[in-house]
Design a protein around this ligand. Structure first.
Ligand code: PLP
Length: 384
């Protein structure tokens, strides 16, 4: 593909790799190509380096005692969490209705396998309804999975409060949270959250695709999803993907340790100015993302009398790339928009703008003008 000038506003789907991250990755590919399980010295060094990276990531996420297992990304981490914890046959599993498909689809599979899977309704901002959640809790609950931040709206669930509630009413349950859209966007303290498992993925924070991790707290019983050579303490077989692991370390280091505060304020400023300009120029829009209780990089909006997908393609003609919610599964209709309780004229017009610190405030007027122009054309045709 040739490069052209683009305004990339779909960073929640994936984000461009950063120069420092790419350097760490290519350096590891060039020089550290040894199989970490081999017996010679360079392999032992890589193996030791992987151990160090594991503990650095645990430290960055303030993890309690436990293990951080490297996986091929958020999807594998979530699948491992759902399928691999030990749970009595037929026991209750609670999952948020707005979860990413990599939790929602495994939950449906578990339902087909005879578990009592219950989906908790979500509210307009994409977070789960805590009262409905509480009503589903009892001693038969073996597993709960509620995402930290919604990929559709950016809304943040109060995981610490939900864990506290769950542990009181369902003391044996394992609590998993999908942190793919939260880690690197807001400070994450796994000890304070109290979760038993937490999923992360590197490509949402300018790392490479195909690498992520699943944290499993000490004492949680889980068996592997992939069997084989016994890497990752037997929990995830397959030769360790050291170049991606090294790159993920770099991506997390940049975000969480060094630039978090600056990035956060820069991105929220972009979002707030974008939102202000959009509401000023374009009428009849519904802002879905909550202002306060959300990750700073997502703004989801419902436009009136237009299909989000049509607007997405219209903006593409200007080199502007946006998302329509479930971008990682945009090959099928998002089940999410039907959950938001929007009126008929806004329901199909959901568009997700997601920013990164690489966006520049000078883009905002151009993007909003393009949206206005295209909406005028699209809604005119609709009326004819
Ligand atoms: N969970 C959430 C909330 C996501 O947004 C995504 C991807 O968009 C995933 C999981 C899947 O992560 P990966 O693409 O690393 O498999």
């Amino acid at each position: 593909m040739t490069e052209r000038s683009v305004i990339y506003l779909d960073n929640a789907a994936t984000s461009p790799i950063r120069e420092e991250v790419l350097n760490a990755m290519t350096q590891a590919m060039r020089s550290d190509y040894f199989n970490p399980s081999a017996l010679y010295a360079p392999s032992a060094e890589i193996s030791a380096e992987i151990r160090r990276i594991r503990s650095e990531i645990c430290a960055a996420l303030h993890a309690p005692e436990g293990e951080m297992y490297f996986t091929s990304g958020g999807t594998e981490s979530n699948n491992t969490a759902l399928f691999c914890t030990r749970k009595p046959k037929g026991s209750r599993i609670i999952v948020g209705m707005g979860e990413h498909d990599s939790v929602y689809a495994p939950a449906n599979e578990l339902k087909a396998r005879g578990y009592d899977v219950r989906f908790v309704p979500i509210m307009r901002d994409g977070t789960i309804d805590a009262r409905e959640f509480e009503n589903l809790l009892d001693e038969s609950v073996s597993l709960i999975s509620v995402m930290h931040a919604s990929n559709e709206t950016g809304g943040i669930n109060d995981i610490a409060a939900l864990v506290k509630l769950a542990k009181k009413r369902a003391p044996k349950c394992v609590f998993h949270s999908d942190g793919v859209q939260a880690a690197g966007k807001i400070p994450v303290n796994l000890r304070a959250l109290g979760v038993d498992m937490y999923s992360v993925s590197a490509h949402k924070i300018h790392g490479p695709k195909g690498i992520g991790a699943l944290f499993i707290k000490k004492g949680v019983s889980a068996k592997p999803l992939l069997f084989g050579g016994g890497q990752e303490k037997g929990m995830r077989s397959g030769t360790e993907n050291f170049p991606s692991i090294a790159a993920m370390r770099e991506a997390i280091r940049i975000y969480i340790e060094n630039e978090y505060a600056t990035n956060y304020s820069k991105i929220s400023k972009y979002r707030e100015l974008f939102k202000a300009r959009l509401t000023e120029i374009v009428s009849d829009i519904e802002i879905i993302t909550p202002t306060h209780n959300s990750v700073p990089n997502i703004l989801t909006v419902a436009f009136k009398d237009v299909r989000g997908e049509v607007l997405l393609h219209s903006l593409e003609n200007y080199g502007i790339y946006v998302g329509i919610g479930s971008a990682c599964s945009s090959h099928h209709e998002s089940r999410f928009k039907s959950l938001l309780g929007l009126d008929d004229r806004h329901r199909d017009g959901v568009v997700r703008f997601s920013f990164s610190e690489e966006n520049d405030l000078s883009e905002i007027d151009f993007v909003v003008d393009c949206i206005k122009r295209e909406l005028e054309i699209l809604t005119k045709y609709r009326r004819i």
